[in-house]
Design a protein around this ligand. Structure first.
Ligand code: Y43
Ligand code: MG
Length: 197
């Protein structure tokens, strides 16, 4: 498939920056925000379903092939929560409320039981009713810190300890995060699928 322009089915500027950096200059990512400010309801029960739903919506609005990223944080001690509900964990009040709620939920839980993984599913549809979306996933294992550290990135980055670098993911430079993250892993697979690798 030869794609020059893709619409990114996301209103999250953190994702847009990371995904554009990973894709490089060959493909221009345009935000679905150029076409509509309405966000589709994420009614799926899985990352895959929500990614496809967002991609179809953006393809319909833009008339362009669309890429969606559905991602989140699955915490072992919480049975995989907040998972697909990560963005809405504290009722849609934003990242700092989500982080505060997560710290509360894990208060007093020892380090060995604070394992977690970031999950990213990328879905690419050629058009709104594409019967065969391309799906790629990436996981990133870490641990939930007891206090926030670092100010790069977005979302839960300040609470996510990256064992292979011994820092939080908000303490990584954007370039380092883009080599290690769940999103980076999913994007590496997508690049292979598109023949860009
Ligand atoms: O690299 C990451 N570093 C930190 N936090 C992250 C990351 N990746 C996902 N996350 C968190 C943010 C949000 O709480 C949820 C994604 O929710 P998700 O619905 O996929 O994205 P969103 O609502 O922010 O934007 P949109 O749906 O328009 O793409 O997981
Ligand atoms: Mg969302």
């Amino acid at each position: 498939m030869n794609i020059q322009q893709l619409v990114l089915a996301s209103h999250n500027t953190g994702k847009l920056k990371e995904l554009q950096a990973m894709l490089g200059g060959g493909i221009t990512l345009r935000s679905v925000g150029e076409f509509s400010s309405a966000e589709p309801e994420e009614t799926g029960l899985s990352f895959v379903e929500n990614a496809i739903l967002k991609a179809r919506n953006a393809a319909r609005l833009s008339g362009l092939p669309a890429l969606a990223d559905d991602s989140g944080l699955a915490v072992d001690y919480l049975g995989g929560a907040p998972g697909i509900y990560s963005a809405r964990y504290a009722g849609g009040q934003g990242d700092s409320a989500n982080n505060a709620k997560l710290l509360d939920a894990l208060r007093g839980v020892p380090s060995a039981q604070r394992g977690a993984q970031f999950v990213c599913v990328l879905a690419l549809v050629r058009h709104a009713s594409d019967p065969l979306p391309i799906l790629c996933e990436g996981l990133w294992q870490g641990r939930i810190l007891e206090v926030a550290r670092g100010d790069h990135g977005f979302g839960y980055d300040p609470l996510f300890w990256v064992p292979e670098r011994e820092c939080s993911s908000a303490e990584l430079s954007p370039a380092e995060k883009n080599q290690l993250s769940h999103r980076a892993r999913a994007m590496a697979l997508l690049r292979e699928r598109l023949g860009l690798a």
